[in-house]
Design a protein around this ligand. Structure first.
Ligand code: T46
Length: 132
């Protein structure tokens, strides 16, 4: 399984740093929704689901966390630890976010609105779905 990462350009000067996210430019889809995860509890992982159709990009704009991606055949882990690193979560990728630093702000860009029916939150259901 190849994990698609995006190296975001930092537009910095003496005043500080700036990163711009643009739909269909450095973000590979139309952005319909942005949400962010923060104030996470120590040692409490999140996620444990896959989406049927949703495309997302995750960016740890502050702090760090670990992302596990599982396509049903292979599992890969990646550390999100920089605001200039984007990671694509495609449809049908079981994902778990863990080991959040206390200051972590994990920003998620998505190509569609929130829709609970797009989630598979049961691992066996996910495996059955990708095999059918
Ligand atoms: C994902 C990972 C990376 C909404 O009402 N609207 C929203 O846009 C979102 C994202 C969530 N919710 C509700 C659904 C739950 O009642 O907020 C609650 C927490 O969501 P959830 O348990 O799904 O959170 P995570 O951190 O496990 O997963 C989230 C996203 O839901 C998911 O799409 O890919 O972050």
């Amino acid at each position: 399984m190849d994990i698609e990462t995006i190296k975001l350009s930092i537009l910095g000067d003496v005043r500080g740093q700036l990163i711009s996210l643009e739909a269909n430019k450095n973000i590979p889809f139309n952005i319909k929704r942005v949400y962010y995860i923060f104030g996470t509890m120590p040692n409490v992982p999140r996620g444990f689901h896959a989406h049927k159709n949703l495309n997302q990009v995750l960016i740890a704009v502050k702090g760090q966390c670990t992302l596990l991606l599982d396509d049903g055949t292979e599992k890969k882990e990646l550390i999100l630890n920089s605001p200039d690193l984007g990671v694509v979560i495609p449809p049908l990728a079981w994902h778990v976010m863990s080991q959040f630093s206390p200051d972590c702000i994990l920003m998620c860009l998505a190509d569609d609105y929130y829709d609970e029916s797009d989630y598979m939150r049961d691992y066996d259901e996910f495996i059955e779905y990708i095999r059918s």
